[in-house]
Design a protein around this ligand. Structure first.
Ligand code: FES
Length: 107
């Protein structure tokens, strides 16, 4: 049984290690990333301007923005390469069987 606030957004089997997909969580667009078998969830929309990070490149636990090359940690949401300089929000993730559940960020 999922904890309160968590909603199912995808299946673990949809995202292999080294892959990422964008999903909707309420009105938010969230990036799910499989880093060495662990699913992480951060904002999909870059904090610099407007671009979907799911269309960028994933290298290890860092995602590079397709628009200006800014990069972020998929684990902490922190910027790791300019021009990105604001952190992305991190979402709590629960795994139940093959289901990925995500909770909305607490603003
Ligand atoms: Fe992502 Fe500029 S929009 S680095």
């Amino acid at each position: 049984m999922a904890d309160a606030g968590f909603i199912k957004v995808a299946q673990v089997s949809e995202i292999r290690p080294g892959e990422m997909i964008a999903v909707e969580v309420g009105s938010e667009q969230v990036l799910l990333v499989n880093v060495d078998g662990t699913i992480h969830a951060i904002d999909d929309i870059c904090s610099h301007a407007y671009a979907s990070l799911s269309e960028g490149d994933l290298r290890g636990d860092e995602v590079e923005c397709p628009l200006h090359g800014g990069a972020f940690s998929c684990v902490t949401g922190a910027p790791t390469n300019p021009p990105a300089n604001e952190s992305l929000r991190v979402y709590s993730v629960q795994i139940e069987g093959d289901d990925i559940l995500v909770a909305p960020p607490i603003d």
